[in-house]
Design a protein around this ligand. Structure first.
Ligand code: FAD
Length: 297
């Protein structure tokens, strides 16, 4: 088994990977929740596990501990690292620690900027953009590097051409593969992919799917990203969204159709934002193999 995540995308068979998040400040409880989720998701045989990192920098030890546990559990770990919250010298230490733990894959991000933080600050020696960090990790030479892609543009502009331009920059300095921001409209992903290929980006671009499971969660996503809802989905949410269980059914059915449609369009590998909800994620994978091709389009 290659340690480099980018090699997985050579596999002609369909595969999944999963993202989990550390929900609690208490490390013991966090590990319990994360590993319970991962254990339950073994039935979909995830090729790698990525764990989000709150970019305030305060939970570095926790992130390292989670990565170490993943490696000990023989999982291929994708460790998120962020420019926000780290000085350059911190990144040097972090990469050493990750490598020592056995991590060989990182997702190099600018990171979300916490509300109380001034970023970029001019006085401190920090990486400003994800591509600066990618460039640095590439020169380090020890890691396979993933980066973020935005099929509907960055949250602050929603400009797809701009996001393709910055994607190219990430590709040029050494990103080995990309994972997208969540999206609900596959057509937008296909258009983005076409644009990326047209400007010469040849690295794998992995589509990532997140089901709508809660109204609050949906509102948060829509307010923090440039993700749009296709009209059919919006209608279903308007019709069934008042009841949490009905909304969950709508969300699962839509995500399953997205997965099935992506497979039909040749996307062999799909990343799933699990929100630590194993039951619903398993249902999506199961349904995606059974939904009829004509249904709901
Ligand atoms: P960049 O691509 O560097 O973009 C950051 C900003 O800089 C954007 O406004 C962009 O327009 C601008 N920009 C980019 N390149 C240039 C350039 N060459 N010249 C001028 N301006 C430029 N956040 C977390 O905090 N923790 C996580 O664990 C995490 N995981 C994520 C996983 C995935 C798959 C994705 C898609 C996002 C994730 N995020 C995470 C969110 C991400 O950190 C935010 O979306 C952040 O705002 C941008 O990060 P980036 O790495 O894409 O940055």
């Amino acid at each position: 088994m290659s340690e480099r995540i980018v090699d997985i995308f050579e596999n002609p068979l369909p595969s999944y990977s999963i993202e989990v998040f550390p929900p609690k400040p208490n490390l013991e409880k966090t590990l319990e929740i994360i590993f319970d989720t991962i254990d339950r998701l073994k039935v979909i045989d995830p090729s790698f596990v990525s764990v989000t990192y709150g970019s305030g920098g305060y939970n570095r030890e926790r992130a390292l501990s989670i990565a170490g546990h993943l490696i000990q559990g023989a999982y291929r770990a994708l460790s998120h690292i962020t420019a926000v919250g780290y000085l350059r010298s911190d990144i040097v230490d972090l990469l050493d620690q990750l490598y020592y733990l056995g991590v060989r894959n990182v997702l190099a991000l600018r990171g979300d900027i916490p509300p109380n933080l001034i970023f970029p600050d001019t006085e401190l020696d920090r990486f400003r953009y994800a591509y600066d960090l990618i460039d640095f990790v590439k020169r380090d030479g020890r890691f396979c590097i993933g980066a973020a892609a935005y099929p509907e543009g960055y949250a602050d502009s929603g400009d797809v051409d701009l996001s393709v331009l910055y994607l190219k920059k990430k590709a040029e300095v050494g990103a080995d593969f990309f994972i997208t921001q969540l999206f609900f409209d596959n057509a937008r992903f296909y258009r983005f992919l076409e644009k990326a290929r047209a400007v010469g980006i040849s690295q794998p671009i992995v589509p990532a799917i997140m089901p709508i499971l809660r109204n609050t969660n949906l509102k948060r996503i829509l307010s923090l990203s440039s993700t749009s809802l296709p009209s059919g989905l919006q209608e279903k949410i308007d019709r069934f969204g008042a009841d949490p269980l009905d909304l969950e059914k709508v969300g699962i059915a839509h995500a399953a159709k997205q997965v099935q449609d992506l497979r039909e369009h040749g996307m062999k590998h799909i990343h799933l934002y699990t929100m630590n909800k194993s039951k619903q994620i398993i249902e999506i994978c199961r349904l995606s193999e059974t939904v009829s091709k004509s249904e709901g389009r």
